[in-house]
Design a protein around this ligand. Structure first.
Ligand code: HPA
Length: 262
């Protein structure tokens, strides 16, 4: 067992149903969680700590819509220098304490020009452009040849769409592409992605989803569209955080309602 898993298991006896990993500026879900316990990432041995503004760095155990949840308030990224396996520590930890489901959110730039700033995009599928590494690289067991067809659970996608319609929240659906970062894309890269049918681009999520699927967890993913370079020009991290904060309220509402019905 990983050191961090043992540490957390010793601190709390809590069987998690859903792991919720929240991206840059998207922490408003925490206003809806009945909190049972918090553990700072810094206090957990061998657990990667985020160095990015907008990522607090704490585990939050609690209940939301009657489900036991573990919220990862802040994540680490490949561009911080961590390996993809380290980036997915949250998923290994959540699974080890019972989670069979993962909800993941991120801030992303629009590649598809029909996506507008502030839109919520349900992730239907992904493209992994972090070619240099893979969270399962080097393992010799079932980690090899993990099937990623239907990586994003079809039933969960349909349920969220139904909830969104009922709540009058406008959502889109599309393909998320992960890049290593930490720079934003060139115009040539964005044009290439557009030609490939990619809808949105960001610097996270894919490592966690690969590991979650290896562990047979069901996955639901949301992107908050924080910028559209084709339309608005330059991206800044401040702008990304500002839009994500606003988008976070609707995503939180969708997650809360989704959990009530699942
Ligand atoms: N590119 C990559 N990552 C991002 C972007 C973007 O435009 N916006 C938010 N995260």
């Amino acid at each position: 067992m990983e050191t961090y898993t043992k540490f957390v298991k010793d601190k709390i006896d809590f069987k998690v149903d859903f792991a919720i990993i929240i991206g840059s500026g998207l922490s408003s879900i925490l206003d809806r969680v009945q909190i049972v316990k918090k553990i700072s990432y810094q206090d957990i041995p061998d657990y990667p700590v985020s160095t990015v503004a907008g990522h607090t760095g704490e585990l939050i155990f609690g209940t939301l819509s009657g489900k036991n949840v573990l919220v990862f308030n802040g994540r680490v990224h490949f561009y911080e220098g961590y390996s993809m396996r380290e980036v997915a520590s949250s998923v290994y930890l959540a699974h080890a304490i019972g989670a069979n489901n993962m909800i993941i959110t991120n801030a992303a730039g629009a590649v598809n020009t029909t996506l507008k700033v502030g839109d919520i995009m349900l992730i239907r599928d992904h493209v992994n452009f972090i070619f240099a590494d893979n969270p399962l690289r080097g393992e010799q067991g079932n980690e090899r040849f993990v099937d990623l067809i239907d990586a994003y659970d079809k039933e969960y996608l349909a349920k969220v769409s139904e909830v969104a319609e009922r709540k009058g929240i406008n959502i889109k659906e599309g393909i998320y592409c992960a890049v290593s970062g930490p720079n934003y894309e060139t115009m040539a890269e964005l044009n290439l992605m557009s030609r490939l049918g990619i809808d949105a681009v960001g610097m996270s999520t894919v490592p966690e989803v690969i590991v979650a699927r290896y562990l047979n967890m069901k996955v639901l993913g949301f992107s908050c569209i924080t910028d559209n370079v084709f339309v608005d020009g330059k991206v800044t991290h401040e702008k990304v955080l500002d839009i994500a904060n606003r988008c976070g309220k609707d995503i939180s509402c969708l997650i809360e309602e989704f959990l009530k019905e699942i």
